[in-house]
Design a protein around this ligand. Sequence first.
Ligand code: MLT
Length: 398
Amino acid sequence: MRDVECEVTVYPDDCDPSGLVSHTAFLRLFERARWDLLGRGPGVDVFARKELAPAVRRSVLEFHRPVRAGDVLSFQQALTHLGRTSFTLRQTARRTNDDTTVATAELLFVCLDRHGHPQTVPDEVGRFFSARPSGDPIDRVTVNGVSLAIETRGSGPPVLFLHGFPLDRTIWRHQIDTLTGYRRIAVDLRGMGSSDAPDLGYSMATYADDVAALIDALGEERVVVCGLSMGGYVAFEFLRRFRQRVRGLVLIDTRAEADSTEGRKARDALVAKVREQGAVAAAEAMLPRFFTAAVPTDIIQTVRDMILRTPVSGIIGALVAMRDRPDSTPLLATLVGVPTLVLVGQEDVITPPPLAQAMATAIPEARLVEVPGAGHLPCIEQPVPTTRAVLKFLQSLK
Ligand code: MLT
């Protein structure tokens, strides 16, 4: 599925007497963006040419922030379903000056002829978006015998996101939604999220091989790898094995050192607990250390639910893989020619800022960003400054 973007400026006559864009005006803005989109693609007359009209069958709108005259909204639009006579378009409106999602819409259209009878959607519409027909699994790729759940959005230079433990690709929601101009690829590592979770066979080498096979399957040669915590451990292994495929590196709240003897014992203790009690044991071990005291409770709940959904075999597999991972500190000085961003939440207690500072010093072409008001998961707790720092880094790459 391809995202298509356009910008629309809000006019004073889009606003009600209080100066805000009203609900009905928002519908018009979404419509304006769709016309703009068609104009730049198959033509505004793509339906009329065949004596057809797209009729809205259902619309679901959500408003997140107030919008005023003069605001410039960037609309991201993607076809999320293409049937024979109907299609669904998802539109996200983002205000460009503060990089905030202000509204989203999902519209189901039916293609009608002049008698009101459903007719086949013109081919050009599907071709423009390169949409996959409905029923086709848009988000799974089988590599090395396991089916991985992925989300890909946008087009441009590819950026691959690797989540931490015991989480999934949805921790990158803000980055996936807003890093326009790049092909964003987020994967559930084997054993986590909606990916297959075999009982055995987990190691950093296996995760790295999965990632290489995934980017092969997506037709990408080189990617920017962005790994958070355990995702960073996978990134280090990927660099050891497939360095020529790394265009740039973003290390978020991670560490290069292997586990200490004490750390290895703690992994084994958690393996035993998870085997006995299930994923809740992992949630209890990790959640209290993930966030700052100021984090909203709905974020904690979201991450708790994410952990509780993680299969026990995947949690245990990841713990074993992390326990047995090699020391990556010798790798750091060798990363000449690998532009790197090291980013850390200023209040991270799992991989605290001094670890990030040491990595940024040891990697020849690294820059360091510390994100205030964030713990171990800045991509969720402080998404805007985190995405902004990643974007700035991406824009600096040649
Ligand atoms: C993670 O967030 O991935 C974990 O905290 C990493 C670890 O336990 O070493």
